[in-house]
Each structure stands twice: as structure tokens, then as C-alpha cells.
Design a protein around this ligand. Structure first.
Ligand SMILES: Nc1ncnc2c1ncn2[C@@H]1O[C@H](COP(=O)(O)OP(=O)(O)OP(=O)(O)O)[C@@H](O)[C@H]1O
Ligand SMILES: [Mg+2]
Length: 467
């Protein structure tokens, strides 16, 4: 029962019954008042007929039995005619009790009629009352009749009960019709949506289960369209997540084996240091440094096994040295593509950062710039500058390349989305930005045009306490 009342159809049913009953009460009060007036008017009309009968016969020719019958027929105790000049008692029962209240039906205001009616309904006991009214064909004659109130009340009550029965029937029929309508136009379409949701929830990656909006009710249609949108977005992002998870697994496996290979390479590189060839001897430490970093990265990826970068181990570094390091390994990587690397960082500038991570940020930026310049086939230059500010260090990587293509610009710093370069993964800038954010800093694209691109890294200074 409780469940039914809490359901949409149940609520509609109950409310309809209540509302129809309320409407009926509003109709009930005036119609009972009207019923009372009609009842009394009828008594007056019958009294008039009786009085006409009497007046038409000569005096005392009417037997007492007939007189009584006339009174019984009119259902009154006495009848009096009133003319402007005289008042004439026409008929009366032998012992008429004294009248307790008089009601004048001529021009009585509606409110008074309603109050009188309600009063008559709630009274108990039987009292004689007097009614005054105009007979049907007036002619200046008024008629007055006395009668008992109980039969009037009885008639009013049975009339009221009739209205009540009718109201119940009407409200039940209305409620039933509404019940059908609510089921057809609200409950069923809503159930369809809910069923779809449940179905979709069971397998949200299946695009076949996305709801296809069909409702003809406009509000439900909007809801279905919104739901379809939501579900397609969710399905898409779940697929993306799945791809990323697969990628994560692959990265872990690759990192694992890569670490082993790099360790072997490092052992071999150690021998280069002992080489007699001065060039080999000079480059060996760089090679070892690079391998060190690569092994480190693989190990960290394996330890954390997740997409997030570990928290940076922040120390103070001489920025120029980190930049030179980056440039050295970049130079080793690519030789004669006409790209000049220039470090304009003053040796006095220091930066608070995780050396390894800062290296990765800078090397991603310089590598991108180099690749962009090389792709044009023209010579170019990459410059790194820095400004030590009060509470941060700003590093700018400026190149004379062709600028970011539109797709890269729209999806900048979003993993996998911004990459347009053949052979690139579109991760470099996203990683660099994430590393900068990890430092409480930022990576931003300051400008990019056909004549060059400028990226800015901002790294906050550690407060003395944190340092
Ligand atoms: N300095 C630059 N000049 C011109 N285009 C650039 C520059 N830096 C980045 N881009 C463009 O932005 C895209 C995204 O760079 P991002 O480093 O994120 O990915 P990627 O270089 O394609 O791949 P990878 O993950 O191997 O770095 C590049 O494909 C390139 O088109
Ligand atoms: Mg890149």
C-alpha cells in the first residue's frame, strides 16, 4: 500500500480523488442552499394552491377533513395570506406551536441563504419555522406558511448524500482515466529509460546499448537525448581508459626489459672510458650519464607502475649546467641538421627542481623544437634563456622553427591528442607540463608563429623552510 502511494500513479490517483472531492465541496455548499430555497418555495406554492381552493368556495362550506388534507398535502402547519391592507389566516392546524424563527425568502442575500442552510443542517431537534414569500403570480399578495424544520433537514441530508455518492463516482472515474493516462504517457516511457539505463550499466563499454531517443513527449525526449549524450561520452572515455590501461601495461613490460638492456649497455659503456681514443674518452661520461637517467626512469616507472609521475625530489641546481647537459645529449643525438643550440643562461641563476625531471622537461622541449626545425630542411636555432625572479625562476625555450600546427595548438598538453608528427606519440608536451605542475609551477606556450615558437617554464622557489 505504502509503495503504491509512493509511486507516481498512486500519487496521481490519491491526488485526483482529493481534488475532485474538494471541487465537489465547493459545489455542495451553494447547491444545498439552493435546494433548501426550492424546498421552501415548493411549500409556499402548495400553500397558495390550498388557499386558492379555499377562497374559491363560499364561507364554511369546506369540511374540517378537507382543510386538514390541504394542510397535509402542502406539508405545512398554517397558511396566512397578506395583502397591503390586511392579514388573513386561511388555514391552520388545531394546535399550532409558537414559531421560533422566520425566514423571508423575498430578496434574501445569497450569503444569508447559505448560512441559513448550513445552520438548518447542523441543528438538532424539530422547531416550527415561518416562511414568507411571493406566490407564483404575485398581484401584491404575500404568502406565509409555518412548518416543522425536521423534514426539511431530512430532505437536505439525503440530497447531500446524493451529491457525495455522485462525487465519489466521478472522482473514481476521473482517477481511473488519469491512471491510464499517467501510465501511458509518463510511467511507461520512464520505465523504458530506466530499463535502458540498467541495461547500459551492465555493459557501459558496449556502444550498442546507448539509448536511442524515440519518445514523443518532448520533456522525455530531452531527457533521452541528454542521457544518450552522457552515455556516448562515458563509453568513449571508458574506451580511452581501456586503451590507456593497456598502454600502461605495455609501458611496464617495455620498461622492465628496457632497464635490463640499458644495464648491459651501461656495462659496455664503462669500457669506453678506458679507451685510448680521445673523442671516445670525452663522450663516454655523457653516454654513461644518459644511460643512468634512462635506467632511473625505467625503474621509477616500474616502481610506481602508474601514469602519475613520482613527487619531485627538489634541490637547488645551477640552471646553466642542467641546460648544457640537455644540449650536450641533444647534440650527440643529432649532428648535422643545421640546428644551433644556444644556452644564454647566466651561470649565477639557480633553480629549485628535481634535476632529473627538469632535464626531461627541457629535453622534450628542445627535441620538439629540433624536430620541427629539421622538418623544414632549413637551418635554425634553439635558445634557452632564464630569468631569476623573486619567488620563481622562468626558463624560456625559443626556436626559429615553423610554429605549432593547428591540431597541436588546439590540443596542447593533452596526452596523445596533440601529436601530429610522424613517429611521435603526442606525449612529450603532456609529460613536460605534468612534471612542471608537479613542481608547483607551469609550462605554457607563450607564442607560436611561422617564424618561431616560445615555451616558458615557471618553477617556484622553495621557501627557506621547505628548502
Ligand atoms: N617547438 C615546436 N615547433 C613546432 N611544432 C611543435 C613544437 N613543439 C611541439 N610541436 C608540435 O606539437 C606536437 C606535440 O608535441 P609532443 O612533444 O607532445 O608530441 P610528439 O613530439 O609528437 O611526440 P613525442 O611523444 O615523441 O614527444 C608535435 O607533434 C609537433 O607537431
Ligand atoms: Mg615531442
Amino acid at each position: 500500500m505504502n509503495r503504491f502511494v509512493n509511486s507516481l500513479t498512486g500519487r496521481f490517483l490519491v491526488l485526483t480523488v482529493i481534488f475532485v472531492m474538494l471541487a465537489e465541496v465547493m459545489i455542495f455548499v451553494p447547491s444545498v442552499a439552493r435546494f433548501r430555497v426550492e424546498y421552501l418555495q415548493e411549500r409556499l406554492e402548495l400553500s397558495q394552491i390550498a388557499s386558492l381552493t379555499l377562497l374559491a368556495t363560499p364561507d364554511d362550506m369546506v369540511s374540517p377533513t378537507l382543510k386538514r388534507e390541504l394542510l397535509v398535502n402542502a406539508e405545512v402547519l398554517s397558511i396566512t395570506l397578506r395583502r397591503p391592507d390586511m392579514r388573513q389566516l386561511i388555514l391552520s392546524q388545531a394546535e399550532t406551536p409558537p414559531v421560533e424563527e422566520t425566514f423571508d425568502l423575498r430578496e434574501a442575500p445569497v450569503v444569508e441563504l447559505i448560512l441559513d442552510a448550513m445552520n438548518a443542517l447542523v441543528r438538532t431537534g424539530d422547531r416550527p419555522i415561518r416562511v414568507i414569500g411571493m406566490p407564483v403570480k404575485g398581484g401584491g399578495v404575500m404568502i406565509e406558511a409555518t412548518l416543522f424544520e425536521a423534514p426539511l433537514r431530512q430532505a437536505m441530508i439525503s440530497y447531500g448524500l446524493n451529491i457525495l455518492r455522485l462525487s465519489i463516482v466521478i472522482s473514481l472515474i476521473t482517477a481511473f482515466l488519469l491512471f491510464l493516462a499517467v501510465r501511458r504517457f509518463i510511467v511507461k516511457p520512464m520505465k523504458r529509460v530506466v530499463d535502458h539505463m540498467t541495461d547500459y550499466a551492465a555493459d557501459p563499454e558496449n556502444a550498442q546499448r546507448i539509448i536511442k531517443p524515440t519518445s514523443r513527449v518532448s520533456e522525455l525526449m530531452s531527457a533521452e537525448v541528454a542521457l544518450a549524450d552522457l552515455q556516448s561520452q562515458l563509453t568513449q572515455s571508458l574506451k580511452q581508459k581501456e586503451r590507456l590501461a593497456t598502454l600502461g601495461g605495455a609501458v611496464s613490460r617495455v620498461s622492465h626489459d628496457l632497464r635490463n638492456m640499458l644495464t648491459t649497455a651501461q656495462l659496455l659503456a664503462d669500457r669506453f672510458e678506458r679507451s685510448e681514443d680521445p673523442t671516445v674518452k670525452r663522450t663516454a661520461p655523457k653516454l654513461i650519464g644518459s644511460l643512468d637517467r634512462a635506467i632511473n626512469l625505467c625503474e621509477r616507472t616500474l616502481t610506481f607502475g602508474k601514469a602519475e609521475e613520482p613527487a619531485p625530489q627538489i634541490r637547488q641546481h645551477q640552471l646553466a649546467r642542467v641546460v648544457e647537459d640537455v644540449m650536450d645529449s641533444d647534440r650527440l643525438r643529432s649532428t648535422d641538421d643545421g640546428v644551433r643550440l644556444v644556452c644564454e643562461v647566466d651561470p649565477s641563476v639557480t633553480v629549485d627542481a628535481d634535476g632529473e625531471q627538469l632535464f626531461r622537461i627541457l629535453s622534450n622541449l628542445t627535441r620538439n623544437a629540433r624536430q620541427a626545425i629539421a622538418a623544414t630542411g632549413e637551418p635554425g636555432q634553439i635558445t634557452v634563456r632564464a630569468a631569476a625572479l623573486q619567488d620563481s625562476c622562468q626558463i624560456e625555450v625559443v626556436d626559429t622553427g615553423p610554429g605549432l600546427p593547428p591540431k597541436a595548438r588546439e590540443n596542447i598538453f593533452q596526452p596523445f591528442k596533440g601529436g601530429v608528427r610522424h613517429g611521435g606519440t603526442g606525449l612529450g608536451l603532456a609529460i613536460a607540463a605534468e612534471l612542471a605542475r608537479g613542481h608547483g609551477g607551469a609550462l605554457e606556450l607563450v607564442e607560436t608563429s611561422a617564424t618561431g615558437t616560445r615555451f616558458r617554464i615557471t618553477l617556484p622557489r622553495q621557501t627557506s623552510q621547505a628548502a
